[in-house]
Ligand binder design. Sequence first.
Ligand code: UT7
Length: 376
Amino acid sequence: MNQRYARITGWGKYAPKQVLTNFDLEKMVDTSNEWIVERTGIRERRIAGPDEPTSYISVRAAQDAMQVAGITAGDLDLIIVATSSPDYLLPPVSSQVQDMLGAKCGAFQLVAGCTGWVYGLVVAQQFIQTGAYKTILVIGAEEISKAIDYTDRTTCVLFGDGAGAVVVQASETPTGILAFELGSDGSGYEHLIVPGLGAIRPASHEVIDQKLNYIRMNGREVFKFASRVLGRSLLNVLAQAGLSPSDINLFIPHQANGRITEAAARLMGVPEDRFFMNIDRYGNTSAASIPIALCEAIEQGRAKPGDLIALVGFGAGLTWASAVLHLGGPDRSVAMTMAEELFLIAHAKYLARRTMGAVQGLAVDALMAVNERLGR
Ligand code: UT7
């Protein structure tokens, strides 16, 4: 069987209608536009109204992505929705999305905090590479505003709502994810948590009275973790792919805090303007932030089919995930670009390293067997 690649053929996003500015927040809590802009880079964020639940914003982003890809719901083999803020605890919002789109395929919800969408993209690639599926929708959608205490200035200024989506399709042209890293460090689970409404503290008067149904964040700890992991994880996937930062056309980080991205850019020796940022207009939209940013980067001409893009997410769990990908695009007639050639070279290097590793492993095993026989 020919090698199969997972080509991104469509992208879309949806931003809820209501805009909540820093000046609005000044009237709600003891904060200031200056503090928020200086410490985070955020100027405004979107808040979903009652007519825009997570299922709805997911569908709106998905429909745009499907239109760019030139597919219909009947073409879909699988739907993945990365979210920590579904319409209900049960059912998974992915099934509502499948029904609303009119698709007849499997669907599941994926929870990995702000990192969820990158996890979802990697999962989609596996299904396509094995030949199991041809067309997969990967959505990141969040309404974190519903878990925010708007009297807590340490969290309410940070988060916003929104959705982004891509269509991933099987292709024989080299494209898609070249290298990835999925990470988790659960020892930090308490640093970003909704303490109530789960199995440990189910709904009760106490949960509501103590506001345990809202997000609690140890901002400094998450900041330290994110600053450590962002640059390091990107460097890991670049090394895995045999690429250097200068090979990457655009870095798209999770939009959590402009200062975290600045630190990563410094660590990697990459000019800051090669990191795409739209946090000023959306705040932190958790699992939706990277697909929204990818979509906007393409709309603004900052990323185009043929480019090499590096993604990195981090957040609750604590989790992180990075991926280097070649952006395919819907137009299958596009001739092989330089980036595609680069992809092939890097892919060959990656396979060679894996083969070398396997050969070395065999040699070590053989040596140990000989040693054992000789009784050493
Ligand atoms: O997507 C999930 C990942 N999440 C993140 O990556 C978030 C990571 N953390 C951060 O981005 C930052 O830690 C924050 C933006 C949350 C906070 O920034 P900081 O520079 O780490 O501030 P801090 O927590 O060290 O607080 C400094 C001061 C404190 O006052 P005192 O104790 O020095 O008097 C806070 O009470 O700033 C105060 N403060 C505020 N002041 C005005 C905290 N929030 C606010 C606020 N407005 N909204």
